[in-house]
Design a protein around this ligand. Sequence first.
Ligand SMILES: [Zn+2]
Length: 306
Amino acid sequence: MKHSRTIFTSLCPFVILALAAILSFAQQKPKPPLKVFISVDMEGISGIVHGDQTTPGTADYADGCAWMVADVNAAVEGALAAGATEIVVNDSHGSMRNIDAALLTPQAVLISGTPKPLSMMQGIDASFAACLLIGYHAKAGTENAVLDHTISGSVVRAIKVNGIEMPELGLNAAIAGYYGVPVVLISGDTAVCRQAGEILGKDVVTVAVKEAYGRLAARLVPLPEAHNKIRMGVKEALGKLAGAKPYKLIAPYTFELAYHVSAQADMGAMIPGVKRLDARTLAFTADDYIQGFRTLRAMISIAPAR
Ligand SMILES: [Zn+2]
C-alpha cells in the first residue's frame, strides 16, 4: 500500500503535465491552410548564363536541370519553414519537363509538361494564398540581362497590356491577380528583380542570384548562398503575407503584340477583332484577362519563326 502510494505520488506530476499538454493541444486552433503556388522558369536559375544550359539535347542541359531543382527545393523549404500546408510547383520553361520529379522535395506537387491552358501559371486558383516566381528573366530588349526575352525569343519583340510593356513576370502576376493571389517573391538576375519592383511595387521580395555582364555572362552568387537567399527570402515573403496585394490591371484589357518581323504579324492579323497598328504590331481588347492572355498566346504560337 505504502509502495503503491509512493509510485502514485511520484507519477502525479507527470500525469498533471500530460493532462496539461493534452488540454493545451485540444485548445489549439487548427492550422489555417497556407497554399503556395510556385512558377519556375529556367533562365533566371542560379548558375545559368547560356541557352545551352536550358535546352534539351545539349551537354550542358543536365547541369541546368540540376540547378533548377536545387533553386525550387530551396523555395519549397522556405515555404515549409513559413508554415505552408500545400505547395504546387509548375515547371514553366520550354517543354515544361525540366524538373526531375524524383528530385523535387516530396512535400510539393509537380505540374509537368506542355501545352497548358494557363501556361506558366497552370494550377493556380483562388484557393492559393501566395505565388512565387522562381528562375525568372527580364523582358525582351533589356540590357545586361541573362537570356532576356518575352515568351518566345524568336517571335516577340514586345508585349504591352494597357500601355505597360510587360515582362513575363507582369503577364503572369496579372493571372495570379485575376484569382486574387499576390506574387510575393521573385528570383532571377538583378535585371528581372529591378523590373519586378517597377511593376509589382517595392513590397515584392526580390532575390538576385546573379548580375549579368551582357546577355550570356554573369557574376554568380555562389550556389549554396543563392539557395540560402531563396530559402530565407521565401520565409520572409510568406511571413509578411498579410500586407501583400494582388496585381490587378483594370478592364478592359488592351493587348499589343510587336513581332520581330512583319511576316509574323501576317497570320495573327487574320484573327477577327485583331487590329494591325503597323507592319509588325497587332492589338486587340478583351474584357476578361484570361481570355485575352489565351488569345495572345495563340497569336504568338501561330507566327512563323524568323
Ligand atoms: Zn524560360
